[in-house]
Design a protein around this ligand. Structure first.
Ligand code: ZN
Length: 159
């Protein structure tokens, strides 16, 4: 019960969770994540009696509905791009392993050298911003506009 409470707490404001009635157990046809005991998790062998669903993360990806954004800017980004990109990718991979609905929705390298990463949920965006800030200092601003769980993580370092 405790795990279910945590999930409900976490996704209380998520229109993509509340609008679906997910049977248990069920498996996402897109990504293979399994919903059972009130949580989404990666499992090697989905239960045989699992129903078919599209999970909230895949719905968000299909409908291009982001739950967070990381914006990275500044000259330091260009001179250390390889390292920063690795750190971002590793951080994102770890988050997605631990919290299956936290995914990268879009990764954009802009012409002006800045990078914009849109994510399915808030947590992974915040963790990516914090990881870069912890490793390379600079300046990190976390904005939480509005009531819905959403973060815009803005990181910059000039040199
Ligand atoms: Zn899915």
């Amino acid at each position: 019960m405790e795990r279910r409470d945590r999930l409900v707490q976490e996704y209380r404001h998520d229109p993509y969770f509340v609008r679906e009635k997910y049977p248990e157990p069920s498996v996402c046809q897109e990504c293979g994540v399994v919903f059972q005991d009130g949580i989404f998790e990666w499992v090697k062998h989905p239960p045989k009696d699992a129903g078919n669903i599209t999970c909230p993360a895949c719905l968000r990806i299909q409908e291009n509905y982001e739950g967070g954004m990381v914006i990275l800017e500044g000259g330091f980004l260009r001179t250390h791009w390889e390292d920063i990109r690795n750190l971002l990718e590793n951080t994102a991979d770890r988050e997605t392993r631990e919290r299956p609905l936290e995914r990268i929705l879009e990764w954009r390298n802009e012409d002006d050298g800045s990078v914009v990463i849109r994510t399915t949920y808030e947590h992974i965006a915040r963790r990516m911003g914090e990881a870069v800030n912890k490793a390379y200092k600079g300046e990190l601003d976390l904005h939480y506009p509005g009531d819905e769980k959403y973060v815009r993580a803005h990181w910059s370092r000039d040199q």
